[in-house]
Design a protein. Structure first.
Lengths: 293, 358
């Protein structure tokens, strides 16, 4: 393999894993934009979504597409319940209470998944597993391509949803100004729970897309830490920013894995995160913010 | 019921509120001083570990409970303190120099990591410290020339004025002295203008800023002090474990430290000590009841972290005051007996506070 092809290969692989980080980061950003909370259990929600898809497809023998869709719906319902039953109770408490609450919930999810599905890595057959696509003489894995295509499709759907539908516009309104949204007759609490549901659904999709590339296991939630780097690079409030941040982190990580000795690849995302905070803490796509008294 | 009549403003910031405080804390001091004469080796070792965790807990309490910032990387500071102390000792530097050196160096690390991060909202500190912890863990593993990597690092026995500090009792007394020092510094810091500035930042950044408090400077100072105290705890921790392994300082340990603060009760130094007792006793308790639990729960691989997670969630949802808050309620029940009121400790209805300009 010549050098240009290898670099292109690394870029595609990096973009694929970067899309996964971007999707998790998208979940953070959706919730953060609406409620100013950060869900530290986002990676664990993805893990649960992946396991639900595994159960439906492998144990209940559903077709991939139906099982995947059903898993997304179930995980979204889980996200709704999570907000409606637990997270809503700490509204108004300091920010770090929510951080610790979601972190604690993440540990509980991990244990619950371990009890239900066991501690071994599992996987399921997808239409993309172990297939290759030949594009202009370049051989790429279909699994990686499916992640990129799936992410792009999801972004299109979310964009249409937020800009064209009544519910999407209501969500934007509730994110921008809760009080004004209340006065306009928007049920803000339900809207927030629905945003948690969308975020959980996106996480589940990330888990399903990831499954042909890496196995599903209980500790998969630690990917969430890498997604923080993606969100911070994007500016923690920008939806396209989080995806671009994810792709940047993914590609940097691939090149680090190729050029650096073993063991350093795992921390590159953290180094990128800290460098970003040093150089440009507000991120690439910063919102104009200030404080109101 | 005791009524406190204040005749001077100084009474508001006095270290001891009344003579009852002096008596009970004095009694406690005597009890912990004579404990090694009464208790066995195992209990003294455990109590020493509680003291070490309490030192780190007090440090983190200053950050979380009094400044309103959260760190998920304090295990890294514990590790830095431990390795600095152990490496310097191995070079032949006396213990009375390496201990403060460990604290100072860790405080500098804290300032270095806090300086860029604390310009942003408090959430960024949580994320940045999480990343920092993972980077430091990798450095411990890979920098084998200094840390020994996974082969471990045997910590030399320290000597103070020619007397070797050996065994559980030696570590116990050294930890006790450091804990007393840290508590004294914290209590005095909190009644100084710096401590007041920290509390003001916790309660409202906007109003603190408009009172002329330089937010980033005080936040960085609080973070550095907190990291430094954790570094002191780390130096002692090195002697407690006697053999440093790089994977001991992971996220789980950081979560344990935060559990100390939340379970103990935010905004109280007493809470940090109560929380440290809880966090050290919980694994012992699990070890005892492990075989008696139904459905084989006791043999789950991830039992301990998930129990810490569960305790955190329950405390945040139902008992935000933590153990200290429970004690205050208990005391108030007796003081007001029989006139306890249902609404006495009801939480105020609170609303979402925005940090953004809309």
């Amino acid at each position: 393999m010549d050098d240009a092809a290898r670099i292109l290969q690394l870029i595609v692989n990096g973009a694929a894993s970067g899309c996964i980080y971007g999707l998790i980061a998208l979940g953070f950003v959706l919730i953060y934009k609406a409620t100013e909370m950060v869900n530290f259990a986002q990676g664990d929600v993805m893990m649960i979504g992946g396991f639900i898809a595994f159960s439906l497809i492998t144990q209940f023998h559903m077709p991939y597409w139906i099982g995947g869709l059903l898993a997304i719906i179930i995980t979204a319902a889980f996200g709704y319940a999570l907000d409606a039953l637990i997270i809503r109770r700490v509204i108004g408490q300091p920010q770090f209470a929510v951080v610790m609450l979601t972190l604690g919930l993440g540990f509980i999810f991990r244990a619950a998944a371990g009890i239900t599905w066991g501690y071994d890595s599992v996987g399921f057959n997808t239409p993309f597993t172990n297939k290759r696509a030949n594009i202009g003489g370049l051989v790429l894995g279909q699994d990686n391509l499916s992640i990129i295509v799936g992410t792009v499709l999801l972004c299109g759907v979310l964009y249409l949803f937020f800009s064209k539908t009544r519910l999407g516009v209501a969500m934007q309104a509730a994110s921008q100004n809760q009080l004004a949204a209340y006065y306009m007759g928007i049920p803000v609490r339900t809207i927030f729970s629905l945003i948690w549901a969308i975020s959980a659904g996106v996480a589940c999709l990330a888990g399903i897309l990831l499954s042909p590339v890496s196995m599903i296991d209980v500790n998969m939630g630690f990917l969430g830490i890498k997604a923080f780097a993606a969100a911070v690079i994007g500016g923690f409030g920008s939806i396209p920013g989080s995806l671009i941040g994810g792709v940047i982190v993914g590609i940097v990580e691939q090149f680090a894995g190729y050029d650096l000795p073993a063991g350093f690849q795992e921390v590159t995302s953290n180094v990128v995160l800290l460098l970003m905070l040093l150089v440009r803490p507000q991120g690439l796509f910063a919102e104009r913010t200030g404080k109101r008294v | 019921m005791r009524y406190l009549f204040r005749t001077q403003y100084r009474q508001d910031i006095a270290l001891w509120r009344h003579n009852g405080d002096r008596f009970w804390y004095g009694l406690l001091a005597v009890l912990v001083l004579i404990a090694p004469l009464v208790l066995g080796e195992f209990y003294i070792g455990e109590l020493g570990a509680v003291f070490i965790f309490a030192i780190a807990g007090v440090g983190l309490m200053l950050l979380v409970g009094y400044t309103g910032l959260i760190s998920l990387g304090h295990a890294a500071f514990l590790g830095i303190g431990a390795y600095v102390n152990a490496v310097l000792l191995a070079q032949g530097v006396p213990f009375l120099v390496t201990l403060p050196a460990a604290g100072l160096f860790t405080a500098l690390c804290g300032a270095a990591i806090g300086r860029p991060t604390l310009r942003m909202s408090g959430l960024y500190l949580a994320i940045a410290t999480l990343a920092f912890g993972s980077i430091v863990g990798t450095v411990f593993q890979k920098w084998t020339a200094v840390t020994g990597g996974f082969d471990g690092f045997a910590v030399p026995t320290p000597t103070i004025f020619g007397i070797p500090v050996e065994g559980a009792t030696g570590i116990y007394y050294v930890s006790l002295v450091v804990l007393a020092f840290v508590l004294c510094v914290s209590a005095n810091l909190l009644r100084s203008p710096t401590g007041r500035a920290m509390v003001a930042i916790r309660d409202s950044e906007v109003s603190a800023q408009s009172m002329g408090i330089h937010l980033a400077r005080y936040k960085t100072l609080a973070f550095a002090i907190s990291a430094g105290m954790t570094g002191l705890a780390g130096a002692l921790f090195a002697h407690y474990v006697r053999f440093l392994a790089p994977d001991a300082f992971d996220v789980l340990l950081s979560v344990q430290f935060v559990t100390i603060v939340f379970v103990g009760g935010l905004g109280s130094l007493r809470g940090a000590i109560l929380g440290a007792m809880f966090v050290r006793l919980l694994p012992q308790f699990i070890a005892v009841v492990r075989d008696d639990l139904p459905f084989g729960i006791g043999r789950l691989p991830g039992l301990e972290p998930s129990l810490f997670g569960l305790v955190l969630v329950l405390v945040i949802l139902f008992q935000p005051g933590g153990l200290n808050g429970m004690w205050l309620k208990f005391k108030a029940w007796f003081q007001a007996f029989p006139f306890k009121r249902q609404t006495g400790f009801r939480r105020q209805k609170s609303y979402a506070k925005s940090e953004r300009l809309r």
